[in-house]
Each structure stands twice: as structure tokens, then as C-alpha cells.
Design a protein around this ligand. Sequence first.
Ligand SMILES: C[S@@+](CC[C@H](N)C(=O)[O-])C[C@H]1O[C@@H](n2cnc3c(N)ncnc32)[C@H](O)[C@@H]1O
Length: 228
Amino acid sequence: MTDERRSSNPSRIPPPPGAEGVPHEVFHDVYRRSKALWVTGRPQPAVLTAIERGWFREGPLFDAGCGTGENAIAIAKAHPSLRILAMDAVPEAVDAAAVAGREAGVADRISFEVADLRTEGPPSEYACVLDAGVLHVFSDVDRPRYLQVVHDVLQPGGAAIFIVFSTEEIRPGGPRRLDREELLSSIEAAGFRVDSIEKARYETLGHEGGARSWLVRAFRALAPPDAT
Ligand SMILES: C[S@@+](CC[C@H](N)C(=O)[O-])C[C@H]1O[C@@H](n2cnc3c(N)ncnc32)[C@H](O)[C@@H]1O
């Protein structure tokens, strides 16, 4: 993604990654060295849609891969009693998010913390998880690991909301693109029931009108009844 900013010549922009995913170091580099394309300074339009629909009404909320916090802060402002834990692998992003949370006056309700969500997440006490533009960064090996963490963070019956680049997005560079079937099967294989999937846009500084994406809402399957 940094390459997209460095070059105005589209032929020099590498194609999106395949099964190998976006190299993890890219995220550390991009926050350290430049402004990431997805840091637009405002929440994602699809997150605002989800807020309007009341999808974050039930808390607490876990924002997975929160970046610099714009989405979590918008949700906190829309729901004044909601408690949010927001995590990202990159300390620079988490620090910037914490500053933004203080400036927005919501620091008492959002905790920003560093974690690599391929391997660890908080205990399962969340009614909702937001993944805005995170699932599509992972390799085929890491995607199920990450989805397991997202699944385990949720209470049974809790909701996960994903915004994921779709194969309709043809601009070079950027993260992976997932088609409808691949996305649905990955989410369902992790123990979710998909409630809705629709076309959406993921706003960046490099995709006019936003990158073509999917907005998905899925619920963690309820625990089976106790046999005893
Ligand atoms: C496209 S950005 C989206 C950021 C934010 N959700 C937003 O919409 O503004 C993807 C984010 O995922 C984070 N990320 C990538 N791999 C991660 C991992 N293994 N654990 C936690 N966060 C990760 C990156 O640091 C980056 O902030």
C-alpha cells in the first residue's frame, strides 16, 4: 500500500497479494514512515451505516485491528454508554488512536491496546466485533487463525461485522480481494452464521468513491445445549 503512495505510475504498483497475504511488516512500516492510505481522518461510511442500523447497540464492542481509532470513536460517540476495547498490532497506530480518543472525550469508555490478533485476543465477553478492513490482509494460513480469535472473543450469539475488499475492486495494489463464496465459506468455517452480505465501499485516500467491498454481518453460533 505504501507503494501506491510513492508512485503515480499505475504500472509500478504491484498486484494485490494472493494466498501469502499482506506481509505483516508492511503495517509497522506504513504507520512509522508515512500516512497509511486507509487513514482518512474519518470513520468508514459502512461503519456509519451499521451505526444507523443499530448494529452496535449491544455491547461491549471489540474493534479488531482498530488502526488509528476513527471507527471506534464514532461508535462510542453514537452510543454513550457503550464500552469498547480496540486492538491493533502496531503500537504507533494504537498510540495515535489513544490520543484521538482523549481528544474526542471518549477515553473513559475506549481502551486501546496492542495485540497480534493472529495469535491472541481478549476473553470472550464481547457482544459485538468490528473488523473494518482487517480480514483481507491475512494469508490463507493466518486467516482461519484470526477468525478463530474473533469467534472466541464473542459471547455465543454475538455479532461480527466485517468490511472486506471484494474481487470487484480492480485497482492495483492494496490488500487481497475476496469473492462472495470464499468470504462466506471462511466465515462460516470459523463457526459463524452469516446473517447478511451486501456490497459496500471501503474509503481510502487512493480509491475514488471507496474500494469495492463487502459488508457482512454474522453471528457466533449458540453453544449447543448441555447434554447432562
Ligand atoms: C486496512 S487497516 C484498517 C484499520 C481500521 N480498522 C480502519 O478501518 O481504519 C488494517 C489494520 O489491521 C491491522 N493489523 C494487521 N495485522 C494485524 C494483526 N495480526 N493483529 C492486529 N492488527 C493487525 C493493521 O495494523 C491495520 O491497522
